[in-house]
Write a protein that binds this ligand. Structure first.
Ligand code: MEV
Length: 356
């Protein structure tokens, strides 16, 4: 029996403090949520339609059957991608503006084996910039899966919601680690390992001298998709395993250092050193474009450190760059000089939650 109540859900964005890309290969990553949320509300309808309206992407109406069919077509296309490794197929799957949202809803209906005789209206209102490395797709699929689960009369079981959202994430990104959706679902600061799946919520309050001095600089949307960047790094690993494995080993040690000593003690110099070394590993595997390298070198010159915080990019923009300086004004001046917008936000906020 589906519920006749209005359901409202929100999920935060996320960023990688360290470990993006290497996490896809099985290394641990350290992530945290950011205080920008994707709000979804679901209201029951008396007909058999499912409508989706998004503040950013417009609106569209589907029949229940259509949503389920779209989900299985997306799954078949993704299976083809897995067999062929052709990243171009991924672009096809979520080409239409609301395809990703409709697939996420379809995944939730499929997971619960729902037999609906009435539809519902969904509205999506997200503060998380798209394609910036801040987990906007993960927050959308997690919020949608949770809203549908509650509508169908299920409990909000975080592990289940996370699994449903991961299916949708695969259709969009090809071979994602699952770190994004897990962080968005569980919230706080997370140590994530892909296999065996480990979502460790760390009791790691980020001390004030660190947390109040992060600046997120928007370099713009990358030209390359996450799927393309992940495939590019996989190719590099086949071509030059020792280079990629050395970076992976270094990144794993840096993460442990952050967790064991640098973050708990609020060690500013240690934080700058670790972020710098982490960024160097990302540059070594070719995921940071020349313009972002120039920005990051300028920040390092002031005594700070910065890194990309998602899949990155090769040619132009790399999404959000996470920068830190014990005196954050110095980083802000660099961003201003380069004509880039920037903001600060609270890290480590609550994950998925029911608002109503
Ligand atoms: C995407 O936000 C980060 C990557 O590590 C991919 C993933 O973890 O799925 C590049």
């Amino acid at each position: 029996m589906s519920s006749q109540e209005l359901v409202q859900i929100s999920s935060p964005g996320k960023l990688f403090l360290l470990g993006e890309h290497f996490v896809v290969m099985g290394a641990p990553a350290l992530l945290t949520t950011v205080d920008l949320r994707c709000n979804v509300s679901l209201s029951p309808r008396s007909d058999q339609q499912i409508t989706i309206a998004s503040g950013n992407l417009g609106s569209q109406e589907f029949s229940i059957q259509e949503i389920l069919e779209r989900r299985s077509i997306a799954q078949a296309q993704w299976d083809q991608f897995r067999e062929s490794g052709n990243v171009g197929l991924l672009t096809e799957i979520t080409k239409e503006l609301l395809a990703y949202a409709s697939i996420s809803i379809g995944e939730a209906l499929h997971y619960y084996g729902a037999k609906l005789n009435r539809g519902f209206g969904i509205s999506i209102d997200s503060q998380i910039p798209v394609g910036a490395g801040l987990g906007s797709s993960a927050a959308t699929s997690v919020s949608l899966a949770a809203a549908v689960a509650l509508h169908l009369g299920h409990q909000l079981t975080l592990l289940e919601i996370n699994d449903i959202a991961y299916e949708a994430e695969k259709r969009r990104h090809g071979n994602p680690s699952g770190a994004d959706n897990s962080t968005v679902t569980f919230g706080g600061v997370i140590r994530f390992v892909r296999e065996p799946k480990t979502i460790e919520t760390l009791n790691l309050g980020i001390p004030e001298n660190l947390s109040s001095n992060f600046v997120l600089i928007d370099t713009g949307k990358p030209n390359e998709s996450t799927g393309e960047m992940v495939a590019k790094v996989a190719q590099l690993r086949r071509d030059n395993p020792s280079l990629v494995n050395a970076a992976l080993t270094s990144q794993t040690m840096l993460i442990q250092e952050l967790i064991d000593s640098v973050v708990p003690s609020g060690d500013e110099a240690g934080f700058v050193r670790v972020v710098k070394a982490g960024e160097q590993n990302l540059e070594n595997i070719g995921v940071v474009s020349p313009s972002s390298i120039a920005l990051i070198r300028a920040i390092e010159k002031t005594g700070g450190a910065a890194k990309i915080c998602g899949a990155g990019g090769v040619r132009g923009s790399t999404g959000i760059v996470l920068a830190y300086h014990p005196d954050r004004k110095l980083v802000e001046t660099v961003a201003k000089d380069k004509g880039l917008s920037f903001f600060s936000t609270t890290l480590g906020v609550e994950g998925l939650r029911r608002e109503k």
